[in-house]
Write a protein that binds this ligand. Structure first.
Ligand SMILES: [Zn+2]
Length: 321
């Protein structure tokens, strides 16, 4: 090697050494700030009118609204004509499969004509795309676990039959769900509460009905348990949760069936909250089927065309404030 080329290599060797040092430093830095693991909690409150949440004392729901995205213009029916009634069967099928009744086939609470094989509970989509993720479902209205649910690693079917059962069931299932979150073993958790709807049927769905409002306040307390568990995980375990809150329908008088023309039945809300969600409010049109699309979006799962999902993620919607 000539003197000149030796000098050349010595010079470039120094540069190379510097580049390696920088690369090591950079990888160290990114190691220290490792991206948090994204997880999803979907909270379903059956038959919950948004104006009744406003009338109720709900510190935990208020916190989710304040720190998250509030979609105030959510429709429980598709913009295209489908035969789904404004009841729980089609409602929870829309919310959990991400498609409308003309696809999942459920138009009432008989569940006749359901096509969950072709349009399954979204846990099936999560498992297909990311088989390593663990799923868990906690619910008190039996058809959720017995008819709609599939691909769940942990299931609590609290099986309430009567109004009084829902008080006990919702209490128990929220404790179990909080325990599951704390244990850190689940990535996608669904938690369904049934007592608000039951109370509405017994006493009236309206913000002036004390018992109805009180049932929302009780559920807010259960949500507080879930949020305490999430707060703990986010502090100690590098997790970043998306918390979605939704409902299947509102109510009018003591009912909600046949409510196509009634805004107090048809017009609901979605809350999407979490440390990685930009806060604000949106009046853009949103739909029940957007819940699944949003959960998948947050988990980095791109829906396959063959899934034929109907919804859109709400995470990037324009905020009005
Ligand atoms: Zn319902």
């Amino acid at each position: 090697m000539s003197k000149r080329s030796r000098k050349f290599f010595a010079g470039w060797g120094g540069v190379l050494l510097a580049v390696i040092c920088l690369a090591v430093l950079a990888s160290d830095t990114s190691g220290a700030e490792a991206k948090p693991v994204r997880k999803v909690l979907m909270i379903g409150i059956d038959g919950c009118r948004p104006d009744a949440i406003e009338a109720a004392h709900t510190p935990h729901l208020d916190r989710l609204v304040k720190q998250g995205l509030y979609c105030e213009n959510t429709d429980i029916l598709a913009s295209r004509e489908t035969k789904g009634d404004t009841v729980s069967g089609p409602g929870w099928s829309n919310l959990l499969t991400g498609v409308w009744p003309d696809k999942h086939g459920v138009v009432d609470n008989s569940f006749k004509g359901s096509s969950y094989m072709e349009y399954p509970h979204f846990f099936a989509r999560v498992k297909e795309a990311r088989p390593e993720l663990k799923t868990a479902s906690f619910s008190s209205w039996p058809p959720i676990a017995e008819k709609i649910l599939s691909h769940s690693d942990e299931t609590i079917n609290a099986k309430a039959q009567h109004a009084q059962d829902y008080l006990v069931a919702d209490d128990e299932l929220s404790t179990a769900a909080a325990k599951c979150i704390r244990a850190g073993k689940s990535d996608v958790v669904v938690c369904y509460f049934g007592q608000v709807d039951e109370t509405g049927h017994g006493n009236g769905f309206h913000p002036t009905v004390k018992k109805y409002v009180e049932s929302i306040e009780r559920v807010d307390g259960y949500i507080g348990r879930l949020l305490a568990a999430i707060d703990e995980r986010q502090k100690t375990s590098q997790e970043a949760w998306l918390i979605l809150v939704c409902t299947d329908h509102g109510g009018s008088g003591t009912n909600h069936g046949g409510g196509r023309e009634k805004p107090e039945i048809r017009h609901v809300f979605i809350i999407a909250s979490g440390t990685e969600v930009k806060a604000g409010k949106t009046s853009e049109p949103t739909y029940q089927v957007d819940i699944v699309a949003t959960a998948l979006d947050y988990l980095g799962i791109v829906p396959q065309a063959s899934w034929k999902l109907d919804g859109q993620s709400v995470l990037d919607l324009k905020r009005s404030e």
